[in-house]
Ligand binder design. Structure first.
Ligand code: SF4
Length: 302
């Protein structure tokens, strides 16, 4: 349905690209030029402009609309919040990781904790689409915000559309984990929170891949490499606006996040898979996803 311009009923109003939005979760509403609240039409995946129906052009800014969300004039790029992130604990894997032997009295305890955590957990993630505006030697500007990192600059050499995000285990699980006094249970609870945030990042990756078809993607995280230090959390949070706070994540003066089991970063499309770990010399890191590659930094990023 096309909203018609007030006072000029026979003419279709011109498109306003920044107000494009996709119907992602279900029905929503927008206000037309006459400020009347109107339902959005179409099914998930269809693209509707707030002022007229327009086809999607891939490099246009898109705003996602969640169920019941309302469009307001002048509303530009926003974060999308994914709240219904599935969380299933693989108990066998958890037992193996926690070195809990079959037949020991710990098995039952750990199983009960995992079950309880699954009921309570509400892991969440916020993300937005953002566009690289300019590039220099050691920094780039995304939506008017400067990010200083030579590695990012090289990784995004041919990239213009990126997906900054913050994922969290959620306040519910954070509170639950504080209820344990036993040291071993506290340790297990921390591991369960790690599983929740990792699962949320995987979920976001699948969601973005499915929805935007960016092809292979890699991610960078502030604080993972000296080249992109933790202080770069500040511009990342600026880029995400109120998104992190909406999912309960706060940035402290130290640039750490609360809940501590939260992860921030930027997903970007790439032909060559990038892993922070390939540039990271840290030994015995339990989270290592790829072996360290000596000389890679000098070869590719300097
Ligand atoms: S090896 Fe560990 S510390 Fe280094 S980048 Fe990978 S996960 Fe981070």
């Amino acid at each position: 349905m096309a909203a018609r311009k007030k006072g000029n009923p026979g003419k279709r109003a011109p498109c306003n690209l920044p107000t494009l939005r996709t119907i992602s979760e279900g029905p929503g509403f927008f206000r037309d030029w006459g400020r009347k609240k109107r339902p959005l039409r179409g099914s998930p995946g269809e693209y509707v402009g707030a002022r007229c129906i327009v086809p999607l052009r891939l490099n246009n800014p898109i705003i996602h609309l969640s169920r019941g969300e309302e469009f307001e004039e002048g509303n530009k790029m926003e974060c999308t919040i994914l709240e219904s992130v599935p969380f299933r604990i693989d108990l066998e894997e958890l037992k193996k990781k926690m070195r809990v032997k079959e037949g020991s009295e710990m098995v039952e305890k750990l199983g009960a904790m995992a079950q309880e955590a699954q009921k309570i957990a509400r892991p969440k993630v916020c993300y937005r689409i953002a566009y690289v505006e300019s590039k220099a030697d050691d920094h780039l500007v995304i939506e008017g915000i400067r990010f200083t990192s030579r590695v990012m600059r090289i990784n995004l050499d041919k990239v213009f559309r990126v997906f900054p995000y913050v994922a969290t285990c959620g306040l519910e699980l954070e509170e639950w984990s504080k209820s344990f006094e036993d040291l071993l249970e506290q340790f297990w609870a921390e591991e369960i929170k790690v599983l929740a945030v990792r699962g949320t990042i995987r979920h976001l990756h699948e969601y973005l891949t499915d929805r935007y078809r960016p092809g292979q993607m890699s991610r960078m995280n502030p604080g993972s490499l000296p080249d992109w230090p933790l202080s770069e959390q500040k511009p990342l949070f600026d880029l995400l606006g109120s998104g992190p706070a909406t999912i309960g994540v706060q940035l402290k003066d130290s640039f750490l996040m609360t809940p501590i089991k939260s992860v921030s970063g930027i997903w970007f499309p790439t032909e060559d898979k990038f892993e922070n770990c390939r540039l990271c010399e840290r030994q015995k890191c339990p989270g290592r996803r790829a072996p360290f590659e000596p000389g890679l930094m000098e070869r590719k990023y300097q």
